[in-house]
Design a protein around this ligand. Sequence first.
Ligand SMILES: Nc1ncnc2c1ncn2[C@@H]1O[C@H](COP(=O)(O)OP(=O)(O)OP(=O)(O)O)[C@@H](O)[C@H]1O
Ligand SMILES: [Mg+2]
Length: 336
Amino acid sequence: MGAWSWCCFPGLTHFVAARIRPEGLTYSLLRRASGARDGEVNSPLHRERRDSGRRFSRGGGGNTVGFLTMATLLEARELRKSYSRATGVLSGNGRGPRFTAVDGVSFSVAAGETFAVVGESGCGKTTLARMLLRLIEPDSGEIEFDGRNLLALGGEELRRQRRQMQMIFQDPFASLNPRMRVGEIVGEPLAIHEPGLARTERRERVAATLKRVGLTEDALARYPHEFSGGQRQRIGIARALILRPKLIVADEPVSALDVSVGAQVLLLLQELQQEFALTYIFISHSLPVVAQVATRVAVMRAGVFVESGAVEQVLRQPAHAYTRELLAAVPELPGH
Ligand SMILES: Nc1ncnc2c1ncn2[C@@H]1O[C@H](COP(=O)(O)OP(=O)(O)OP(=O)(O)O)[C@@H](O)[C@H]1O
Ligand SMILES: [Mg+2]
């Protein structure tokens, strides 16, 4: 079974419990409140989210997630993206054989919730995330964000909408420009979207954001390689946060981190969500992480959503064989 060990972080209402097991380290983040069972968060906010998650639940398969009664922030309909199988001279200018990385995915995300997409490596999660932010263009489908048809926007309108949608990238080692100082990295979105801002004011906002994610002001003048993986991911979070977006797409934000560092980053993301009324699309291959942070989840396999619904329902009563396979691979799920 292995022993439980735990630690508190200053200023947090949480503790992190880590269980050392023969097959590796699993953890659960437990935000304790009176009467909460292990892994069950019992704050009024979470109860509200959990209950709203139940309201959204439609139960079972299909590519459409949710029948939202709360304000919908983002809706994706029938998104598709294919890539050429071959690269370079063999690609025939993209006219050669192709495979479909995302194959007709539809879902809605309500303002203030955490919608998770879980699936194995290569199933199309990052491709989907990048399409949602228009970092890559879908072959077909529609994306409505904040009531606007995102794929129809261009120029200044698209730029304005983009500041409301930010991304935390999968790999904190590859996603930060090694030649830029942290102050420039975190301040870059401000430079792009608020070019009129005085230098001193920009510096102050960057420093305040760095402080909020747990870094000190001396980080401003340093380079990414001087930081640990967890600190780099905090820099990435600061960069995503600085424009105060409505939506953050977090693409496996803790998968490159060791368990205890990842747990602290998850706690930070949960705190920031409450503080800044953020909506998250949270991409992960880890069901324990999804169980911890999400209100609803879609299970993705080979480019399609095979099942979706409220987290509790999908994890307790999986309707699809693939979800059951994923669950069987997890030794223990908090609260399940
Ligand atoms: N630019 C590209 N050109 C060709 N194929 C690509 C490209 N980007 C992704 N793919 C392929 O599309 C499929 C889906 O990739 P994607 O990165 O979206 O998966 P993922 O679910 O994010 O995987 P991981 O969990 O490993 O990050 C993979 O087979 C990948 O090799
Ligand atoms: Mg990925």
